[in-house]
Ligand binder design. Structure first.
Ligand SMILES: [Zn+2]
Length: 242
């Protein structure tokens, strides 16, 4: 395997020590091992999160740390292959990784998630660490998307939470060999009226685990979604991080 100069996991210890003296900091991505319908792999969020982070690193002088590939996936519990950590476990894991990085005088630590369910936990942890240690160099950025791109989708609810047109398109662009478009289903489930008001797993109202129509995906649309997320976040990082 060729060494990727934006991926810290490929550095030797002395190389890492040199690199962090001059670079802007590191990115830690938090993904998930989660069902993505019948047509996308369990690793979908890890692939999307890591690829986007590596492209952001290229434009921002950051290094990508080895990723956390399990996350908080309460909603998709009950589907084969979904492994869910409790928020406490994920927070504890991240906290110890961040403490280790802070001890090595990393300039900035950027938390990102390829999986929406992790995001509130990242934000919460950054607040806790600021209160506890006074650290102001921990950042959190969500996966950026735009209304304009949403309007370009072919099917309604393309951006719906999971394994629909948008997410399938991104994977089709990044790792087409892992997408089984012919197995994609068209499910447009309406959550029950009480869904927002009490805990409810997706398997109570979605049969295949995917929302929307993954078969409408196309790689060019996926490229636009990925590029938008990369540019928007990289621009923010370049403006905000010293
Ligand atoms: Zn996903």
């Amino acid at each position: 395997m060729e060494q990727n100069k934006h991926y810290a996991g490929h550095y030797t210890s002395p190389e890492f020590s040199e690199a962090i003296k001059t670079c802007k900091g590191v990115i830690i991505t938090c993904g998930s091992c989660e069902q993505h319908g019948h047509h996308l792999p369990l690793d979908t969020d890890n692939i999307i999160g890591t690829e986007i982070a590596l492209r952001i690193a290229e434009k921002t002088d950051l290094l990508v740390m080895p990723p956390i590939t399990y996350g908080q996936v309460w909603s998709a519990k009950g589907f084969p292959g979904t492994i869910s950590l409790t928020p406490d476990t994920l927070k504890r894991l991240l906290r110890e990784i961040i403490c280790s990085l802070e001890a090595q005088n990393i300039a900035n630590i950027v938390l990102m998630s390829g999986h929406n369910g992790n995001y509130p936990i990242l934000k919460d942890l950054a607040r806790e660490l600021r209160d506890e240690f006074g650290w102001t160099n921990i950042w959190h950025f969500p996966l950026a998307s735009s209304k304009e791109l949403e309007a370009r989708a072919k099917t309604p609810a393309a951006m719906a939470p999971h394994a629909g047109e948008a997410e399938t398109s991104m994977l089709l662009y990044l790792k087409p060999e892992l997408v089984h478009l012919e197995r994609a289903t068209k499910e447009f489930p309406l959550p029950p009226a009480d869904y927002p008001y009490r805990p409810m797993h997706w398997n109570e109202f979605v049969e295949t685990g995917s929302f929307g129509d993954g078969s409408a995906a196309d790689a060019e649309y996926g490229r636009q979604l990925v590029e938008y997320a990369v540019h928007t976040t990289a621009d923010l990082i370049n403006q905000l991080l010293r």
